[in-house]
Design a protein around this ligand. Structure first.
Ligand SMILES: NC(=O)CC[C@H](N)C(=O)O
Length: 377
């Protein structure tokens, strides 16, 4: 990292303050401080709408070493509230010609960041005490005031994060000959949409306030309930929507969508101590015993003891036993807590999109989603 950078500070609600150097925009920001163990894929993380409201700490000590690209984004904006790293790779000579630097990209997107932080100690603290709220600034402020500001940050459940990332109006993608799939967009990652389009689906993306009736009126053959930010239990309208869709059309829930499927059926979610975020989480498929290395980004999970008997657990985390996937015993509805689109991360679960598209095809010809009754997506 180049010398002579301006200072910056990160304060946590437990009273600790980390000093480092400023990266990105001059200014201040605040949010829930979480860490991810991805080794590559910093742009995918920073643009994933599920991180809305959060300041992300990278455990990988060197960030930015392969620059930035327009393909590696999960949405049109940087979604995190702030970024924390050990070392920023900021030597422009080290990048191939034409490849932009991470710092220029962060500055362009108005992101406030800090580097030079002992991220190992910070992550150990977050693991020991649990996720905490934080305040990040490049302006010198009294230490007690820094900590006080971190304590004033609203909890995720008190913020309308889904509304911030969901589109204002429906839109269409894909012109393939495959099924018509509606995506309830609660902050969907771009690569979930691309996986559907690549499989020939005609996709209608709808805003988070769409009701089950509005969605069924579009005559979908399948519905994907997307990932998204915040506390799932606070997402009242989407929970009601999932309840109304269940049994009417095949459903596939991803991450937040998985939690909402459980909540819609009366299960409970809880806030995890420090969550799962990374590209290296082992998940076991219950039926086969097979272990997959998967991409995660969740701070909440379904309480297995609260699941109704109709919901069968299909996947569990090998790190801590968290429910990572489930299916409905009788209806075409299933979900995963991890990210099958795998951006960033191992692609070994993209076959779940094949399974969904095949199920959607198999259910066409009966009910409101009949292929022949589709009026154009
Ligand atoms: N990636 C997601 O969809 C995250 C879901 C939810 N906001 C959580 O943190 O658990």
């Amino acid at each position: 990292m180049r010398a002579g950078r301006a200072p910056a500070w990160l304060a946590l609600e437990d009273g600790s303050v980390y000093e480092g150097v400023r990266v990105g925009r001059d200014g201040e920001t605040s949010g829930e401080v979480v860490f991810t163990t991805v080794q590559t894929g910093y742009q995918e993380v920073l643009t994933d709408p599920s991180y809305r409201g959060q300041i992300v700490v990278f455990t990988q000590p060197l960030i930015g070493n392969y620059g930035t690209s327009a393909c590696d984004v999960e949405s049109g904006a940087v979604q995190v509230r702030g970024v924390v790293m050990r070392e920023l790779a900021d030597d422009p000579q080290a990048l191939p010609p034409g490849v932009g630097s991470l710092e220029a990209w962060l500055t362009e997107h108005g992101v406030v960041g800090i580097a030079g932080v002992d991220t190992r100690s910070l992550v150990r603290r977050l693991r020991a005490r649990g996720t905490m709220r934080g305040f990040l600034t490049s302006r010198p402020i009294e230490r007690s005031e820094l900590v006080e500001r971190s304590r004033r940050v609203p909890e995720l459940g008190e913020q309308s994060l889904i509304e911030e990332v969901s589109p204002a109006a429906p839109y269409h993608l894909g012109e393939g000959a495959g099924p018509h799939v509606v995506v309830l967009d609660l902050g969907v990652k771009r690569h979930i949409l691309l996986n559907l389009v690549e499989r020939g689906c005609r996709v209608t993306v709808v805003p988070s306030h769409f009701t089950a009736q509005q969605i069924l009126a579009l005559r979908p053959q399948g519905v994907v309930i997307s990932n998204g930010p915040g506390d799932p239990a606070a997402a009242r309208q989407p929970i009601a929507t999932v309840r109304g869709l269940l049994g009417q059309v095949p459903l596939f829930g991803i991450c937040l969508g998985h939690q909402l499927l459980g909540l819609a059926m009366g299960a409970r979610t809880y806030r995890m101590k420090f969550g799962h975020r990374g590209g290296n989480h082992p998940v076991q498929e219950v039926k086969t015993g097979r272990v997959y290395i998967t991409t995660h980004n969740h701070g909440y999970a379904l309480d297995e003891s609260s699941l109704p008997p109709e919901l069968i657990v299909t996947h569990r985390s090998l790190n801590d036993g968290t429910v990572e996937g489930m299916r409905h015993r009788d209806l075409p509805a299933w979900s995963v807590q991890f990210h099958p689109e795998a951006t960033p991360g191992p692609r070994e679960n993209v076959h779940l999109f094949d399974a969904f598209v095949a199920t959607v095809g198999a259910h066409s010809g009966a009910g409101p989603g009949a292929a022949g009754s589709h009026r154009g997506g």
